[in-house]
Design a protein around this ligand. Structure first.
Ligand code: ARG
Length: 562
């Protein structure tokens, strides 16, 4: 049930269609105080057309609306304020949550169409950075949200598995590498080989030249470098897989940059045929002067292709393969120019679908106000961060609930939940300060707080002997009204988070819902034996359903006990 829509339809009718439904939907607000009703329509914009004061108009509209879901509709100055019929609305909301279960809030906006989500996309032989963690967590949540709205999400891990750095790595490995050590600790070893290469290359200038030659051999498909490259790639991927497994994340495709090697020639030919390529200092570029942007560099003077050449080719490939309705890229904001350029080149090539490409940027993770780096020796390995989080979570549980059965499993769920929630509760463009201690608190705006609220609600249900004695109809209790209204908002919150590409909408909603539930829990004796008990149990059941599903959309599990 969508009361917002019902109200808007009533308003259009009462206005004889002077304003469109969309127009009205945009104008409708939430009154500042709950005593002013549940929904408000401002009449200012109508004054000119109707040649009356907004206050007069409000009075006229209010008298014309009469709908069973509204207890009353009144003029309040220039506003038309609607008061929902609490009992009927509560009935409807709780009945539909109990009926639909985890499907509550689902929609078919997407009509089963494909969308591609390019996310995580770490670089081979380098540590999985904090930025990659953000991309992973945001991208995964967006995939869930889009699926909830009826799209078919295709999760793509566009691995950084190509580029001149592999020439350097091969040279370094051949000079100083040790197979056993790399196998033991692939990322750490490969990274230190890479760092050593740069240190040594300062003195030994010929190293750079050798690296270029080896990369060329790799590009030409020579056996030796290819074998090494494949090995680096698979070792790295195994390391990354551990992180994905911990986070519970899967991909549909691991086609990274290297996959496009044999496809870029065609892209360049297409551009050339359309006379879009220009030569500039021996390099091939597409000019973007008309957009006041620097040219998009696609081929260096030595013939090497670039990151942009691969992204251009990848977009073409994805459109051809998946016919996506939207092509989403979850990548840090520092790559904004790159994506602008790539999208515009495709537009210049005449592809209308270039308008369906979306870069979803995000800010940095900071530690003590500084960008958290996983590079240059002082590597913070994500796996270490996660295991520290797990042991902190375990300490918390030991204090809170020493008798808990599956402590280790719950500690893992809480730690991962904390990490993900901490990222997603902020609007993604904000930088976030990283503090394991804060994010693991059971109070405040944290993942564990929401998980804990869910577990508390589950424990009430257990005490009640399950939800079998629940009764969706007939809830009639002032204290529950805010909670019911929030539950009613869930579907709209999901849609908004999709439209804005903002999982934070859901995270914030879950905090609000948890707070409201805990308030309710504090003032109402839920299991008191009176004529509303069965209705309250139904309400609690609804809360657990929405909290659990909301967390799932963020990529977080909701333990029933913790
Ligand atoms: N590997 C890149 C990096 O770490 C991110 C790739 C993002 N995806 C893309 N299609 N460019 O910076």
């Amino acid at each position: 049930m969508d009361l917002l829509n019902i109200y808007a339809e009533e308003l259009t009718k009462s206005l004889n269609g002077i304003l469109s439904l969309e127009n009205i939907l945009e104008l409708i607000e939430k009154p500042r105080y709950s005593t002013q009703g549940d929904i408000a329509f401002p009449c200012f914009t109508l004054a000119k057309t109707l040649k009356k004061t907004p206050n007069q108009i409000a009075v006229e509209i209010a008298t014309r609306i009469n709908h069973p879901m509204f207890e009353k509709v009144v003029a309040d100055g220039p506003y038309v304020n609607g008061f929902f019929h609490k009992k009927l609305v509560s009935n409807e909301v709780i009945t539909s949550i109990l009926d639909q279960g985890k499907h509550y809030g689902s929609s078919d906006i997407g009509n089963g169409k494909n969308i591609t989500i390019d996310f995580s996309s770490p670089n081979i032989a380098k540590p999985f950075s904090m930025g990659h963690l953000r991309s992973t967590v945001i991208g995964n949540s967006l995939a869930h949200i889009f699926e909830k709205c009826g799209y078919n999400a295709i999760r793509i891990n566009h691995l950084g598995d190509w580029g001149t750095q592999f020439g350097k790595l091969i040279v370094a490995y051949k000079l100083w590498g040790n197979e056993e050590q790399v196998k033991q600790n692939p990322i750490k070893e490969l990274l230190s080989l890479y760092v050593k290469f740069h240190e040594e290359a300062q003195q030994q200038k010929h190293l750079e030249e050798e690296a270029r030659i080896w990369f060329k051999k790799l590009e030409d498909g020579d056996a030796e470098p290819t074998k090494l490259w494949e090995w680096f790639r698979s070792e790295s991927l195994q390391e990354f897989s551990k992180i994905y497994k911990l986070l519970g994340i899967t991909f549909d495709s691991y086609h990274g940059e290297a996959f496009y090697n044999d496809k870029m020639e065609k892209t360049l030919r297409l551009l050339n045929d359309q006379k879009l390529l220009s030569t500039s200092d021996g390099a091939e570029v597409v000019h973007l002067d008309e957009y006041e942007l620097p040219p998009c560099l696609l081929k260096k003077s030595d013939g090497a292709t670039l990151y942009a050449t691969r992204d251009l080719t990848a977009a073409l490939y994805r459109q051809e393969t998946y016919h996506f309705k939207k092509g989403i890229y979850v990548v840090g904001h520092e790559q904004s120019l790159h994506f602008k350029q790539v999208f515009l080149v495709l537009k210049k090539m005449g592809y209308n679908w270039a308008n369906d490409l979306v870069h979803v940027p995000f800010g940095f993770i900071l530690k003590d106000g500084k960008k958290m780096s996983t590079r240059k020796g002082k590597v913070v390995l994500l796996e270490d961060v996660i295991s520290e989080a797990v042991s902190l979570a375990k300490e918390n549980i030991e204090v809170k609930n020493p008798g808990l059965q599956n402590k280790d499993e719950v500690a893992k769920q809480v730690a991962i939940g904390a990490l993900i929630f901490h990222d997603l509760k902020n609007e993604r463009l904000n930088n976030i300060e990283f503090s394991l201690k804060d994010m693991l608190k059971f109070e405040g705006e944290t993942g564990p707080y929401v998980q804990y609220t869910h577990a508390r609600a589950c424990s009430i249900l257990r005490k009640a002997g399950g939800a079998k004695d629940s009764q969706a109809e007939g809830l009639d209790e002032e204290e529950s009204w805010e909670l019911v209204k929030m539950l009613m908002d869930f579907p709209a919150v999901i849609k908004k988070s999709m439209t804005l590409y903002e999982p934070s909408q859901i995270a914030k909603y879950l905090i609000d819902l948890s707070q409201e539930f805990n308030k309710y829990y504090g003032i109402v004796k839920i299991l008191a034996d009176d004529e509303q008990k069965a209705q309250r149990i139904a309400l609690v059941k609804s809360v657990t359903t929405v909290l659990c599903e909301g967390l799932r959309l963020l990529g977080i599990t909701a333990p029933e006990e913790m």
